[in-house]
Design a protein around this ligand. Structure first.
Ligand SMILES: [Zn+2]
Ligand SMILES: [Zn+2]
Length: 429
C-alpha cells in the first residue's frame, strides 16, 4: 500500500470493525479481520491459542456464548483457516522489523466492544451511515474500533511502499477483553524483556486535535462475582426452613457501599448487578452479586478488596448462606513514566500532516485518569523489569461520553494518531 492508500483505508477499517462489534472473548470476526489485513501487508501475525495463556483468561462468557459468536464470525465471512488457527481464543500479536533484532517497543490495541445496544437514532452517524453494529446488544461505545484501526494503520505505514525498514523490531498486541480488565493478564508474556511500552486510548474527555502522552493515576481494579447460595422453602408455610440468598446479597450490597473511603487517595466500590430468586412466594436459594473495587495504589486496592471479602463473608454468615467469590477481572494501578511521556510529546510536536501543518493543535504530557485500563498490567510488567511505559490519550470530540449508546468518534483524528505512532516506532526502533 502507498501511504495515501493507508490514509484512505482508515475509515473503511474502522467502520467494518464497528459494524462487527464483539464483546470481550468473542472477538472472532475482529481477530480474523486483523490477522488477514496484517497478512495482506506481508506480515506474519500469530493469533488466538498461538499467543495467549488460555488458563489466565478472566471473566469468560459461557462456552455456548463463545461458540455461537465463533459460528457467527464464520457466517460473516471470517477466514476458515484463521478461525481454525485461533481455536476458541481471540487476540493477535504481530512483529514488524528484522527477525534477528530485539523487540524494543510493544504497543497495545484493544479490540472488544460493550454489551450495549447501539443507538439507532438518525442523528447517530454510524446508524445514518449504515455501519452501526449489526450485532444486537453489542456496540463499540468505547472507541476500541478506533484502536484496532490505529494498529492496522501503524502496521501499514511501517510496511508502506518505499518506507524505510526498521532497524529493530516493534510488537503490536491486539488485545481481547479490555472491558472489565480481563484480557491483558493472559498476554503479559509478550512484554517480557521489552524496554518500552505504549498504549493509546481515544477520547476520554479530550477534544479532537489534542494528544496527551502520559496519563497518570490509572486505578487498580478488581471485578468479582459473589454467588450466595441458601435453601429454598415455602414463603408462607415454612419460611423458617429456608435460607434466603437474596437477603444475604442485599445486605452485602449495602455493606460494600458502606465501606469507608480512604483518605490517602482516590478509591471506589460499586455493585452494578444483583440477581436472585425465582418467585414471590419462594425463599430465594441463589443470588448473584457483581461488583468492583478500584484504588489508585496497589496496596490500597489489596486492602479494599480484602475488606470487601469480609463484608461478603459476613453477610453470608448472617443469613446462614454459602458464598463463592470468583474473580472476573483484575488489573494493577499504573502511572506513565514522566521522562518517556515528555519524549513522546516532543516527537508528537514534530509530526506534520501532508500540508505541512502540525498534526496536533495541543500536546500535553500529563493528565489524571480517574479510571482503569488493563494496559496497566503491561505497564507495570515493563516498569518492574526496568523499562518505561506510557498511556496516551488521542483526543476525539463526539456527541456522547464513553459507554453511552450514542458514543461516536471523530474519524479525522485517526490519521494524525497513526503518524505519531509511526514516528514513535521509527525513533525507538
Ligand atoms: Zn470502556
Ligand atoms: Zn476503552
Amino acid at each position: 500500500m502507498t501511504r495515501k492508500e493507508v490514509r484512505a483505508a482508515l475509515p473503511r477499517w474502522r467502520r467494518a470493525v464497528h459494524a462487527h462489534a464483539e464483546e470481550g472473548w468473542t472477538e472472532f470476526w475482529t481477530t480474523a479481520c486483523v490477522a488477514q489485513t496484517l497478512q495482506g501487508l506481508g506480515l506474519t501475525p500469530r493469533l488466538g491459542r498461538e499467543v495467549l495463556d488460555a488458563g489466565a483468561r478472566m471473566g469468560l462468557p459461557a462456552p455456548d456464548v463463545r461458540a455461537a459468536a465463533r459460528r457467527r464470525a464464520a457466517a460473516e465471512g471470517a477466514d476458515a483457516t484463521l478461525l481454525a488457527r485461533m481455536g476458541d481464543a481471540t487476540g493477535v500479536v504481530v512483529e514488524v522489523g528484522p527477525v534477528d533484532q530485539p523487540v524494543v517497543l510493544a504497543l497495545r490495541f484493544d479490540m472488544d466492544a460493550l454489551p450495549l445496544q447501539e443507538s439507532r437514532e438518525p442523528e447517530h452517524v454510524p446508524a445514518a451511515g449504515g455501519y452501526a453494529s449489526r450485532h444486537a446488544g453489542q456496540c463499540h461505545a468505547c472507541g476500541h474500533d478506533a484502536h484496532v484501526t490505529l494498529g492496522l494503520g501503524l502496521a501499514a505505514c511501517l510496511q508502506a511502499e518505499g518506507a524505510p525498514a526498521l532497524r529493530q523490531r516493534v510488537r503490536l498486541i491486539f488485545q481481547p477483553a479490555e472491558e472489565g480488565v480481563r484480557g491483558a493478564a493472559c498476554l503479559r508474556a509478550h512484554v517480557t524483556g521489552v524496554p518500552w511500552f505504549l498504549a493509546v486510548h481515544l477520547g476520554l474527555g479530550q477534544p479532537s486535535g489534542t494528544l496527551i502522552t502520559g496519563a497518570t493515576g490509572l486505578m487498580a481494579s478488581t471485578k468479582f462475582d459473589a454467588l450466595f447460595t441458601g435453601q429454598a422453602a415455602h414463603a408462607g408455610k415454612a419460611p423458617e426452613q429456608g435460607r434466603d440468598a437474596l437477603k444475604g446479597a442485599a445486605a452485602a450490597l449495602m455493606g460494600l457501599h458502606d465501606l469507608p473511603r480512604y483518605g490517602s487517595g482516590e478509591n471506589r466500590v460499586h455493585v452494578g448487578c444483583l440477581r436472585g430468586g425465582t418467585a414471590r412466594n419462594v425463599v430465594a436459594d441463589r443470588a448473584l452479586l457483581q461488583g468492583e473495587t478500584r484504588a489508585v495504589t496497589c496496596d490500597m486496592a489489596e486492602d479494599l478488596f480484602a475488606r470487601a471479602r469480609e463484608v461478603l463473608a459476613g453477610a453470608a454468615a448472617m443469613y446462614g448462606l454459602g458464598c463463592r467469590i470468583d474473580l472476573a477481572g483484575q488489573c494493577p494501578a499504573a502511572d506513565s513514566d514522566a521522562a518517556f511521556a515528555a519524549q513522546l510529546a516532543r516527537w508528537a510536536r514534530e509530526v506534520r500532516l501532508e500540508n505541512g501543518c502540525a498534526a496536533f493543535a495541543r500536546v500535553g504530557e500529563r493528565v489524571s485518569m480517574g479510571a482503569s485500563d488493563d494496559a496497566a498490567t503491561f505497564m507495570r510488567a515493563v516498569q518492574q523489569q526496568g523499562g518505561q511505559a506510557a498511556y496516551a490519550i488521542l483526543g476525539s470530540s463526539g456527541p456522547a461520553g464513553h459507554h453511552d449508546p450514542r458514543f461516536d468518534l471523530d474519524e479525522s483524528v485517526l490519521w494524525p494518531g497513526v503518524l505519531w505512532l509511526e514516528s514513535v516506532c521509527r525513533h525507538l526502533a
